[in-house]
Write a protein that binds this ligand. Sequence first.
Ligand code: FAD
Length: 474
Amino acid sequence: MTSNAPVIWWIRRDLRLADNPALTAAVTSGAPVIPLYILDAQDNALGAAPKFRLGLGLEKLAETLSARGSRLIFRRGDAQEVLRQVIDETGAGSVVWSRLYDPEAIARDTAIKEDLKASGIAVKSHGGRLLFEPWTVETKAGGMFKVYTPFWKAVRDRQPADLLPEPGKLSAPVSWPVSDRVTDWQMGAAMRRGADIVRAHCNVGEQAALDRLDGFLEEAVARYKDRRDYPAEDATSNLSENLAWGEISPHRMWHLGQRAMAGSGKGAEHFLKEVVWREFAYHLMYHSPQILTENWRPEWDGFGWSSEITPDVEAWQRGQTGYDFVDAAMREMYVTGRMHNRSRMIVASFLTKHLMVHWKVGMDWFADCLVDWDPAANAMGWQWTAGSGPDAAPFFRIYNPEGQIDKFDADRRYIRRWIAEGQRTPPQSASSFFDAAPLSWGLSPDQMRARPLIDLKAGRERALEAYGQHRSAG
Ligand code: FAD
């Protein structure tokens, strides 16, 4: 190790320069900085849309870094081995990264930290992905929170760390290690026909995220509280894809949101409460990682959900249930890589209750289709809707997808935006679903609209009966 040994900034879900404690630590050390991304088995296993979106984010970050005289080095392989190789090649003396909180990442990172430290490499992990580290928020009795409202009350008056400005120049190492080209990795390969269509809806990169937050706080935040449940309206921040990849920090949303509270009052406060739902999801995942794979409430084990990919499940995935709200939402996701929160609840309720399909089947489909895929929020959202999660909606709250149109899309703007069939001149959004859908699905806008898969009343009764039987058996 030389006295001016480089520091490796190992980039994972923190694709930004500003308000990035790991990067700031690297730059302020005064050492040359080597930004490194490693496509390891964990990232290689991402679903089609998240992997595609990660690729876009990495390309953008690479551009940003090269405009500042630095470089983003791309390598693939086992993260521990690659880090060791790059350390050997460059004489790097330290590694920094931003923490992740899912069990697989924690296990990998812990092993790497121990291994590198044993070899005399300085390793430091930093926060930055969450407002509050999950282990710093606890109940009065010293345990984890299982209910959102007390969690919110516990954090709402805390001050998360101040914002860090974009650090100064990243000084370059004497020579750069070799790098793959991210475009050669074909991160969007599994998107099949959908890549270009979804791409047009993505808002990629740190600057785009900052602009979006500014625009939202200037305008839509004032109507957020009243209109955030109406999927045809642009009343939410749409920042989840940027948060998912770390193109913006939750701290920025918090501090700017706090400032906005002085002007738009309730809207901004409600927005911050939603940002804290994300924190709550991470709190749950950190303290009870089984939320990702098992019923959070074990009393749901053995409930009569089916886990098979039946034709009904395929119809749900393909926006062909015959129920407009459900199909509009599923198509919205296929075209944009995102879905409105109200729609997520409706399609999840329809799958787990009307169709009696296991929430894991839906969670996995979302993990393949969402550009804002987030392990914690996705698992919490599915278990919340299914009834098996902490602080969940009761199982007997079964959304009626027809009634939800009357309440949240009474003028059917959302439905028209996404369902082409039956419209003489469907909007581009609705038609583009048929361009994105794989040819093997055999769909065309000229076909008759799908007939309802199931009678809503009968489906509801079947679900409630199964629920009653399960409870009395339990
Ligand atoms: P805004 O309303 O502007 O909220 C601001 C931020 O707060 C969001 O970007 C998000 O980070 C956070 N947030 C808002 N609502 C929630 C919530 N209910 N749970 C957790 N965080 C929230 N969100 C994801 O980011 N990734 C997922 O994979 C995901 N899967 C979901 C699956 C289901 C079944 C359900 C019901 C919800 C899921 N959510 C997920 C939560 C929520 O739907 C999205 O975060 C929200 O729609 C994003 O839109 P927005 O950025 O405009 O949110």
